[in-house]
Design a binder for this molecule. Sequence first.
Ligand code: SF4
Length: 377
Amino acid sequence: MARHIYIHIPFCERKCAYCSFYSIADRSLEKDYFDALRKEIGFIGKTIALYPDRNDDLKDTIYFGGGTPSCVSSDEITDVLRLVLETFSIGADAEITIEANPNSLTYDKARSYREAGFNRISIGVQSLTDEVLKTLGRLHDREGALAAIKAAREAGFSNISADLMTGVPGQTTDDILRDAKELIDSGVTHISMYSLSIEEGTLFEKRYGKDIEEYISQEEDREMYHSLRSFLKENGYIPYEISNCALKGFESVHNGSYWRGCEYFGLGSGARGYMNGKRYSKGDDVKAYISEPAFIEIEEVMDADSKIHEYAMLMLRTSDGIDAGEFKRQFGKDLKEVFSQEIEKDKKAGLLEEDTKGIRLTEKGLDFANIVFEDFL
Ligand code: SF4
């Protein structure tokens, strides 16, 4: 019986040039925000009987994401975690993650997180090449990123994830491989890889226009991605999902719960959640959240068909792909009957491979994953 909980902390020190996530740099609302978050948790606590535990075989997970959870008071963060642990009766072996940025993560903060019960930290490194960090508009440099990883380790975190971005104008494959080597040497146990994309309303959109290919080609980005993935694999970091590599035993359980279609609570402004078959949003407005923390907007009611299609699309992101036996157990249908046309089409195109266990993306399929996902959705 597992519970999965996502808590959004929508504050950042400054907006990065490429980012379209919901976050604000105005910290004057911080105290009111945490009071509202405590109210929301209290409200869920009173109604928790309406939300049955899901019988997935994963551990419980709690994930504080953002925004930048490490830029706000660590007392507020640890107090909210205490309240969540009290309210949701979370298993002792739960994976409890906090996202942090190098610029705001100190040893003292990391230590207080660890003492409060966080056992996994995800650090927004993005790059260890100063020129690339400048282009991205990050507040930290290479030294700062390595210092943050060291602080997390010394504070007692042994499960440390770092993000790396590829496809940044001016970045080279040599840069990304050098960064990966340094991250491995620094002791991180998990690396997430993201390709830069130009999002609406960002500074990058103004700077580069919609077409990033004028500045860095798709081929260059793909070369960086595959070189990074292979390098990590050679060094024991298993590419267990299209954007994630980890040492054995350090795969993200929380993200795994999303890919497997598990339900989860989403708390806080900017959060999304999925409960009782309904996908909902908490809205992207800190002030509105403070005045009405229990507000939710239903975005989608998942019927049996949409659950099947979403499950297939998300599981294809993982290196295991879709297990036909598990599919039958969950949905009572044969994978090959439900998706016969899609499987044939994508196998013919060399994007999917099939064996007695099930189906998964090929190496070529990794580059055209969106086409496959669209077919299965
Ligand atoms: S720190 Fe993260 S969430 Fe905040 S603006 Fe930068 S990329 Fe976005």
